[in-house]
Design a protein around this ligand. Sequence first.
Ligand SMILES: NC(=O)c1ccc[n+]([C@@H]2O[C@H](COP(=O)([O-])OP(=O)(O)OC[C@H]3O[C@@H](n4cnc5c(N)ncnc54)[C@H](O)[C@@H]3O)[C@@H](O)[C@H]2O)c1
Length: 351
Amino acid sequence: MEKKNFAVIGYGGIGSGFHCRRAEKSDVLNLVGIYDVKPERREKARADGVFAYETMEALLSDPKIELVTVATPNNFHKDIVIAALEAGKHVVCEKPAALSSAELEEMIAASERTGKLFTVHQNRRWDTDKLRVADLCRNGRIGRIVSIESRVHGSRGIPGDWRRRKEQGGGMVLDWGVHLIDQAIMIFEGVKVTSVYARLDHITSQEVDDGCHIVLGFENGVFYTVEVGTNNYINLPRFYVRGTAGTAVIDDWNQPLRAVVKRSALEKDALPIRAESGLTKTMAPRDSDTVESFEVPVPESDVHDFYRNFCRAIDGKEPQIVTHEEMRRVMKLMETVFESAGKNQVIHTEI
Ligand SMILES: NC(=O)c1ccc[n+]([C@@H]2O[C@H](COP(=O)([O-])OP(=O)(O)OC[C@H]3O[C@@H](n4cnc5c(N)ncnc54)[C@H](O)[C@@H]3O)[C@@H](O)[C@H]2O)c1
């Protein structure tokens, strides 16, 4: 495939450090240039050997450019995406695609009107922990899945400046919740979320949430917890999965999946153990001969497949992986998270 001429709007953390750096080594993208509203970021691009347009209009009116990635703070996504689509460019937008379903619908309408493709950068679909949990849910090695807990924990509060501002689309639901919710609906592809209950943290920030605890109830009975913490000095496992026949855990990024499954033929009663100020059989550990364990090592995964797919989609060779319908579902789920947290109620849905 001929490489697509590519430009990035917003030369900040992800625009420079991820999209541009990867494009420089890409087999499908040819980095033409960037635009950033801050002159010092344009200067930085030039120092990095990347062409910087002086205005966004100059970038958008350059007929060479076929594909634009928008990597600005969240509140600018809608207007820039629509301007780029109307300038005849195919557009990748950083997550979250928009601040509301209403904004997202305007963006999708612009894509349909102009006939140019529009998607959102849901790069964490390629995370190896999510890929292995998705496999486990399909292959039945720990039985039928009962619950999943998906957590990311940090301890430094909300980073940066705009992520602390409500009008800029700050807060952790929009920053990390968006990834973990997208992973959840991809692990149970095609299964509706029928209930949402959420509590938000305001430990280091009153203006926006600095963490969230969300329970998604799937139509298949699975309870899926999404937790984002920025004030956690001890991390819980990245994934904890319970099935009817076993339990699996992934302790941290780039760690193996470890699972323990029951050997039903060897089921036997437990002897009571002393547990703190009482005795218990229920919570007694198992004899090692009644269980077996397995590990799934970290598999190969290449997040650049996101751009490979989008470039092939532009050429009409395959459908885009991150679809408008999936973008709508994630946006509606995040809105329902805020509704549930605001009312402190379970919200029943069909999302
Ligand atoms: N997918 C991921 O893994 C991931 C990771 C980090 C950030 N992001 C997303 O990427 C986007 C940017 O985040 P970041 O961490 O790089 O932020 P950042 O603050 O580091 O960078 C944003 C850049 O955009 C520029 N900018 C601001 N307004 C602009 C405008 N109107 N036109 C052009 N440039 C403008 C800023 O000057 C800055 O250089 C956000 O939407 C964020 O959610 C995604």
